[in-house]
Design a protein around this ligand. Sequence first.
Ligand code: SAH
Ligand code: SF4
Length: 388
Amino acid sequence: MPHSIPMGRRSLHDLTYLALEGEIVAAGHSMAHTRGLWRALYRDLADELSGRSELPPPLRRWVDEGLGENGRFFADAPTVAADIPSSDGLTRKFLLRLADGQTIETVLMGYPGRFTACVSTQAGCAMGCVFCATGQMGFVRHLRPGEIVAQVLHVQRALQAAGETGLRNLVLMGMGEPLHNYDAVMAALEIITDPRGLGLAPSRVTISTVGVAPAILRLAAEERPYGLAVSLHDATEAGRSALVPASRRWPLEELLAACRAYGRQTGRRIFFEWTLITDRNDSPAKALELAEALSGIDAHVNLIPLNPTQGFAGQAADPSAATAFQRVLRAAGIPSTIRQRRGIDVAAGCGQLRAEKTARKSGSAPLASKFTEGEAFQERSDPQSSPG
Ligand code: SAH
Ligand code: SF4
């Protein structure tokens, strides 16, 4: 049975540097001690805080008491429910179990020196995109900041254990809609990019959103230093609403207006995600609609062949359709990349591993994929595009 979190306790991993400092000062200790504890948590990646000799004895006592039986704190320490490497050796997928038994997906991909972590922001998702395994399972709950931070700590430790360094990029493209859990995500990113600890460069963090228009404007107004990716999938309201029900709440026109304002205010290029589905949104005519919708926006389009899921009958677009689509964008002066379908054999699509584990447990057939690694798309950047 998973243990639950004692009532009224806070996770140490929920606390930003400032908040931790506040706790330490409120307990009567010098604020200068914050740095040492922060370092233990986020530089040394300590999973056991007790008895750390580099911390001054009064702070050690405070930590021991705080984390003790009647303490005010706990530490986020998800357990590993599954750890699956892909056959291409470039992707490793973790299913992490949280204190209340919920499972979330965290993916590590890339090459030595430039790894990317893909983390979840919710258990399940309320947005209901029809092709998405997470959307198909519905919303369970928001993740706390510490539960997002703990995913990055987990991949950092995994890299360390493998003798690797170099977690460079972070994408919020796992389970859940980051801008539906705005405050927790912003607190987590503040912790993850704090230069005194994990120190990921804010410019190497990408928030991927289904298109919560007001929250996109809020990112710009608050001058959040992160990259933005918007999941578009169709450039007509009717076509998009059929794939992305959230488009009825934040219609395409409002979304594109928010993107224009965001681009103007931040000066940043926006990435647009387009999951290619055969005979649905993979035609040259669809590409032309997209090019028109993006006019006046500094955009880069990521074309991602669909990962088939149990709850959606659509097929992944043909490589030739993807290339033709890209050709139309190129003619319109829009840079694009056809993304590699990395780690298809580990169900690397969002939410698929949890869905597959649940299906197996309940006795139904595991997800079938007609694709093998050999057929996987290669990453092909359009020659005129800048690197993504
Ligand atoms: N909720 C956010 C981030 C998580 S989903 C968002 O929607 O952007 C991350 C990306 O994976 C999105 O672009 C989403 O459309 C895409 N995606 C989800 N399921 C997929 C599937 N089965 N095949 C291909 N891409 C998928
Ligand atoms: Fe949620 Fe993103 Fe999946 Fe849509 S694609 S259901 S927004 S996780």
